[in-house]
Design a protein around this ligand. Sequence first.
Ligand SMILES: *[C@@H]1O[C@H](CO)[C@@H](O)[C@H](O)[C@H]1NC(C)=O
Ligand SMILES: *[C@@H]1O[C@H](CO)[C@@H](O)[C@H](O)[C@H]1NC(C)=O
Ligand SMILES: *[C@@H]1O[C@H](CO)[C@@H](O)[C@H](O)[C@H]1NC(C)=O
Ligand SMILES: *[C@@H]1O[C@H](CO)[C@@H](O)[C@H](O)[C@H]1NC(C)=O
Ligand SMILES: *[C@@H]1O[C@H](CO)[C@@H](O)[C@H](O)[C@H]1NC(C)=O
Ligand SMILES: *[C@@H]1O[C@H](CO)[C@@H](O)[C@H](O)[C@H]1NC(C)=O
Length: 189
Amino acid sequence: MEKSFTSFLLIVLLLLHYAMVGLAMTQSNITTDQLALLSLKSQIILEPSHFLDESWSPTISVCRWVGVTCGSRHQRVKFLNLSNMSLTGRIPGELGNLSFLVSLDLGSNNFHGHLPQEIAHLHRLKFLDLSVNNFRGKVPSWFGFLHHLQVLNLGNNNFTGSIPFSFFNMSTLEILNLNFKSDWKPYKP
Ligand SMILES: *[C@@H]1O[C@H](CO)[C@@H](O)[C@H](O)[C@H]1NC(C)=O
Ligand SMILES: *[C@@H]1O[C@H](CO)[C@@H](O)[C@H](O)[C@H]1NC(C)=O
Ligand SMILES: *[C@@H]1O[C@H](CO)[C@@H](O)[C@H](O)[C@H]1NC(C)=O
Ligand SMILES: *[C@@H]1O[C@H](CO)[C@@H](O)[C@H](O)[C@H]1NC(C)=O
Ligand SMILES: *[C@@H]1O[C@H](CO)[C@@H](O)[C@H](O)[C@H]1NC(C)=O
Ligand SMILES: *[C@@H]1O[C@H](CO)[C@@H](O)[C@H](O)[C@H]1NC(C)=O
């Protein structure tokens, strides 16, 4: 009886140990945000203004990088605004590691390629502006996982196909733009 209780206790302790190790491995911090943004920078092949070139450096605190605003409570990247900076490049999956991101504005640039599915991990996201770029492929159905999204602006891109059913899951959505017009002005709140 006592022996089986001891082995039970041992197993519980062992499980607890693995849970703690697992937690430590998945725990993210501002370094995670820094790596995600540096990964984005590495995918930008053309940046005429050189803002990122000069400001997005590991020697400067991430929260002081151009276009980056951190939340005061967690000191994690909360707002990322790189709109209208003539940036050419792709969006890396690592951007989905910015787990405290509430607002992402990449509008009016020359981002291209497919949107990585990892963006769906940004579960705090309320504002997403990808308008006036050259993203292609089907309109992703994983937008439906962004349960707090209020503004989704995909206007003036090169998306194809139909509107996914998952869009019905975005119950907090207030503004959806899928427009394509050559003389169109992007919506800004
Ligand atoms: C972030 O976490 C990693 C391990 O997950 C650790 O090595 C690093 O020192 C932490 N950085 C900060 C700024 O807390
Ligand atoms: C991003 O910055 C531009 C230029 O400063 C501004 O017009 C726009 O409203 C900003 N976007 C957000 C979501 O605050
Ligand atoms: C984008 O920047 C250019 C100058 O580089 C400016 O003339 C234009 O008004 C800006 N557009 C928006 C939508 O902010
Ligand atoms: C960030 O994202 C990439 C790709 O999505 C992943 O491989 C990596 O482990 C993630 N975590 C950190 C802390 O960078
Ligand atoms: C839009 O995407 C299609 C392929 O899906 C491509 O053939 C076409 O060149 C793209 N248009 C522009 C303006 O990049
Ligand atoms: C919508 O959300 C429900 C519940 O969260 C889920 O079961 C369903 O698969 C989702 N539908 C789509 C199309 O994403």
